[in-house]
Ligand binder design. Structure first.
Ligand SMILES: [Zn+2]
Length: 210
């Protein structure tokens, strides 16, 4: 899980929601992946999907029996489906995701014997640490967003000449749109719930789809 946490930090460095995954077979690390759907323009570029693809390429087999997937956030339905297709033996995840989690938080895809014959799931491993990385990411993003909006308002006031006013407003709107897009990309995952930040829902313009 420590390796998955390190992969999550790669996502953070790329400006993406910090989720990381590692695929192992026995003591051997076969592949790693970090979440980067925004940079890749790819809604499927979740950490688990990246690790599964890389592992399948590495072993030249689309089935990965006997492998374990460690991921810092509870897999979503898409990833749960791919995990089943790959015949992963075991999934170990960190933080629970009350918005898109498909290992019991929203739905439990793995509990359905008609869908799943292969994968056991262990959740909540290093839950506080994995959730903390997400919490700090979203807190930082909210802070940056607040500062950008304040700066946009400030510029509009300073110029106050009429012509600058529309620019200020446009800037603020753009910020909100970017933020909304970011939220949509990560399934808004985790933000309000995992972060459990009481201020999360009350911030105007935070544009969280609830
Ligand atoms: Zn996913």
């Amino acid at each position: 899980m420590a390796l998955a946490q390190a992969a999550a930090e790669e996502a953070r460095a790329a400006g993406e929601v910090p989720v990381g995954a590692v695929l192992v077979r026995g003591d051997e690390v076969i592949a790693k992946g970090f979440n980067h759907p925004i940079g890749a323009h790819d809604p499927s570029a979740h950490a688990e999907m990246i690790a599964l693809r890389a592992a399948a390429q590495a072993v030249e087999n689309y089935r990965l029996p006997g492998c374990e997937l460690y991921v810092t956030l509870e897999p979503c339905l898409m990833c749960a489906g791919a995990i089943m297709h790959a015949r992963i033996a075991r999934v170990v995840f960190g933080a629970r995701d009350p918005k898109t989690g498909a290992c019991g938080s929203v739905v439990d895809a793995f509990a359905n014997p008609q869908l799943n014959h292969h994968t056991t799931v262990t959740g909540g491993v290093l839950e506080a640490e994995c959730g903390g990385a997400l919490k700090s990411f979203f807190a930082e993003r909210r802070r940056a967003s607040r500062e950008a909006r304040a700066a946009a308002r400030g510029e509009a006031h300073v110029v106050a000449g009429g012509e600058a006013q529309p620019d200020g407003h446009a800037g603020a709107r753009g910020e909100a749109q970017v933020e909304a897009r970011l939220d949509a990309h990560v399934g808004a995952s985790s933000e309000a719930h995992i972060a459990a930040d009481p201020a999360a829902g009350s911030e105007p313009g935070s544009a969280e789809p609830l």
